[in-house]
Design a protein around this ligand. Structure first.
Ligand code: SF4
Ligand code: SF4
Length: 335
């Protein structure tokens, strides 16, 4: 990341970038009569390929990129006389570096540099957005470059952005769940090792601390007096689940658990349940919510969650109960 606190104001930076953009050919105005296609493909890493061979000349790639147009979700190379369709696997450009300038009135100004020499000032016309893959749920961050053409942020640029976004005044706690690292789950790294590795990677950030926790995250956050929790999501369904969970924990409620279809029928959880709430269902193990007390009365943490090797036992928002109700259920079951 290049930081340039002495740089010009927003107005002069905008002028510079507008001048550079105006030097590009006016492809949006061209209406060529000859339409065809050419065997050129831009791969996800923004490399250009012609008839199966990579185009290695940067000046040629830059020239082609300057006459690229997006039209009806298709990419075209244009001249005033001809319009040729090409294939683009993802975004046609990648953002390869980030500059941080400062403006007294508006604060930091972020300029993204692309692989083909574009410089893009983050703002109203050039927004960042994230898309999620429909199959994997994997997120991809993009910035708009010009006329619908966009650049995929490289991982290093994305991490630079994350670093810029870290908490400036307060402390940021990075935490790892002790349950996920419990020996019963046979993790690759012990909890101590995970904390050590995260601490090492984040050591250059003075207001970041790495701590392990055990039990329900919401309770731990209360103990640590945290105002905000930032969680990683693997898929959209994780987000929906987290919203339901957040609504529940903010009302001081608890939930029974259920087993998802990721269960591998390993039989490990069933004997651990103190209430015999777990049983072999038609295809996978299941939990009887009438018997599950979330281990209230027996243990501080849910034993089945602790031992499940594939993390397939989340809370069930459809079975919300208070601590008192779970305690009463425990007393009923053990009477
Ligand atoms: S949370 Fe406890 S009571 Fe509920 S199913 Fe798991 S082991 Fe049984
Ligand atoms: S421990 Fe997890 S994977 Fe194994 S049977 Fe229980 S729910 Fe299924």
């Amino acid at each position: 990341m290049m930081t340039n606190p002495e740089s010009a104001s927003l107005a002069s930076l905008t002028d510079q970038l507008a001048n550079a953009a105006s030097a590009l050919p006016p492809v949006q105005d061209w209406q060529p009569e000859n339409v065809g296609q050419i065997d050129i493909r831009i791969r996800r890493d923004a490399s250009w390929w012609h008839e199966g061979s990579e185009i290695h000349r940067p000046e040629l790639v830059r020239l082609f990129s300057s006459v690229l147009r997006l039209e009806d979700n298709q990419y075209w190379l244009l001249t005033p006389l001809e319009k040729l369709r090409i294939q683009v696997d993802d975004a046609p450009f990648v953002a390869t570096s980030l500059e941080v300038h400062s403006d007294e009135k508006v604060g930091p100004l972020l300029v993204f540099n692309t692989n083909v020499g574009d410089r893009v000032l983050l703002g109203e016309k050039n927004r960042l957005h994230v898309e999620f893959d429909v199959n994997s749920g994997h997120p991809s961050p993009y910035i708009h470059v010009r006329n619908g053409l966009r650049a995929l942020l490289t991982r290093s640029v994305y991490y630079e952005l994350v670093e810029l976004g870290r908490v400036q005044q307060d402390k940021l706690l990075v935490t790892s769940n002790a349950i996920a690292a419990s020996e019963k789950k046979n993790p690759i790294f012990s909890l101590d090792k995970r904390v050590e590795m995260a601490s090492e990677v984040l050591a250059h950030l003075p207001n970041v601390e790495v701590r392990p926790f055990r039990g329900l995250l919401a309770n731990t956050m209360r103990d640590w007096e945290c105002a905000v929790i930032v969680r990683g999501l693997r898929a959209i369904s994780d987000f929906e689940y987290e919203v339901q969970l957040a609504e529940t924990v903010t009302k001081d409620l608890l939930m029974a658990l259920y087993i998802t279809d990721e269960c591998i029928n390993c039989d490990v959880c069933e004997p651990e349940c103190p209430n015999e709430a777990i049983y072999q269902g038609d295809e996978i193990y299941e939990i009887n919510p009438d018997l599950c007390t979330e281990c209230v009365g027996h243990f501080e943490t849910s034993q089945c969650v602790e031992v499940c090797p594939v993390d397939c036992i989340p809370h069930d928002p459809n079975h919300v109960e208070t601590q008192e109700e779970l305690q009463a259920k425990y007393e009923r079951l053990t009477a």
